[in-house]
Design a protein around this ligand. Structure first.
Ligand code: PLP
Length: 388
């Protein structure tokens, strides 16, 4: 199916050049209809749905997700977003004064905040290990990263695909080395499901969170937290509710604790089988491969236009369906707004500490014309002095 035809399968405003799939994804029509079907079923018999049938549907959805990400259905629970999952772990993790959580200096800002908050409360240290950019090889990255490891390192927290810088990090190698050193690992895979194949068992991270509403294209508010069986007892739910000393316990305390969260609409969680079916029906793996190709074809041109250096080699090693073009600007917010208001291009200007980027995301409905349009806009804006 051509990119133009694929765009018809989404609800996106056709007048906008949508180059920001990375922020909140976008839901295809069949998946969104499935979502509304669940909501209708809920409203027709809320009591049965919220207390009985819904849990059976949740089980089916977890089974589909487990098969998709390579883990047992009972080792994964749905959460609203990755921030929620990070908060569950950071709040409960048994950190003593002086303990350290090792991370990189290119993590998502909100997650840095969560870890700073809980580390400060517990007297622990959150170590943002400096990563030299541009990245060169995976080995170089692993070596740089483990320079931050000490005998006090209790947990490694690392993005699978970074947000502002859009880099796929070698989390397999990081988890393997951490295992050798006996350090627990938590991978923030907000951008990974749907963009890279996942297998929890093979990766063998202790904890993993992923957003299903980004590249898996589920409706907003659908993400997951995976915790290896042996660690599940370590993490309290953020909301203590009927799952604690449950009058009707299931076979798993992990599920009781994290699924019973008071009255809520969990319809988004139930769309996972449909989202997976959508990807299979449209050969999404080959769609994604075409997208990666498009990302890489344009990356050097944009860097040349901005007179900047890419953050990694332009190949499959670190790049997936996003690319962050380094730019020099003094007005990042206004620049993003101008791209939208004047050119109708939806694209984020991202920041990591003192560096600024324009980050394009490519999904099946994007075309070379979209990137040409961005190129022309950036060329004009450069001429007008928006970037130097
Ligand atoms: C790497 C990374 N981690 C975590 C998150 C948090 O997602 P949310 O704000 O939906 O919880 C994001 C959001 O884009 C992200 O890019």
């Amino acid at each position: 199916m051509s990119a133009h035809h694929l765009k018809d399968l989404f609800l996106l405003d056709p007048s906008i050049t949508f180059l920001n799939f990375g922020s909140f994804g976008a839901c295809p029509k069949p998946v969104f209809e499935d979502y509304q079907r669940w909501q209708l079923e809920l409203e027709r018999e809320p009591v049965q749905f919220i207390t009985k049938t819904g849990y059976r549907y949740l089980q089916e959805s977890r089974e589909a997700l487990g098969a998709y990400i390579g883990c047992k259905a009972d080792d994964v629970v749905f959460v609203m977003n990755p921030s929620y999952a990070v908060n569950i772990i950071a709040k409960s993790l048994d950190l003593k004064p002086g303990d350290e959580v090792l991370t990189t200096n290119i993590e998502y800002g909100a997650c840095d905040k969560t870890w700073n908050y809980y580390c400060e409360k517990k007297g622990a240290r959150y170590i943002r290990q400096n990563i030299s950019l541009p990245l060169t090889t995976e080995q170089q990255f692993v070596d740089d990263f483990f320079k931050g490891c000490t005998p006090r390192t209790k947990l490694i927290f690392i993005s699978h695909i970074t947000s502002a810088t859009a880099l796929r990090l070698p989390v397999d190698a990081i988890c393997a080395e951490a295992r050798k050193r006996g350090i627990m690992t938590f991978v923030d895979g907000a951008h990974a499901p749907g963009q890279v194949p996942l297998n929890m068992t093979a990766l063998d991270a202790d904890i993993y969170t992923g957003a299903c509403h980004k590249w898996m294209m589920a409706p907003k508010g659908c993400s997951f937290l995976y915790v290896k069986g042996e660690h599940q007892h370590l993490f309290d739910p953020l909301i203590i509710s009927w799952g604690f000393q449950s009058p009707m316990p299931s076979h798993s305390l992990f599920l009781d604790y994290h699924q019973l969260q008071g009255t809520r609409d969990f319809s988004a969680f139930l769309t996972i089988p449909k989202a997976i079916e959508f990807m299979q029906q449209h050969q999404w793996e080959s769609v994604a491969a075409d997208c990666r190709q498009l990302v890489q074809t344009y990356a050097p041109r944009f860097c040349a236009l901005m007179n900047t250096q890419a953050l990694c080699p332009i190949d499959d090693q670190f790049l997936v369906q996003l690319f962050s073009i380094p730019i020099n600007t003094t007005k990042p917010e206004a620049l993003q707004q101008h791209l939208f208001d004047h050119y109708r291009i939806e694209i984020p200007v991202t920041r990591q500490d003192d560096r600024t980027f324009i980050r394009y995301s490519i999904n099946g409905f994007n075309t070379a014309e979209d990137l040409e349009k961005l190129y022309v806009a950036m060329e004009e804006m450069k001429g007008e002095g928006w970037m130097v």
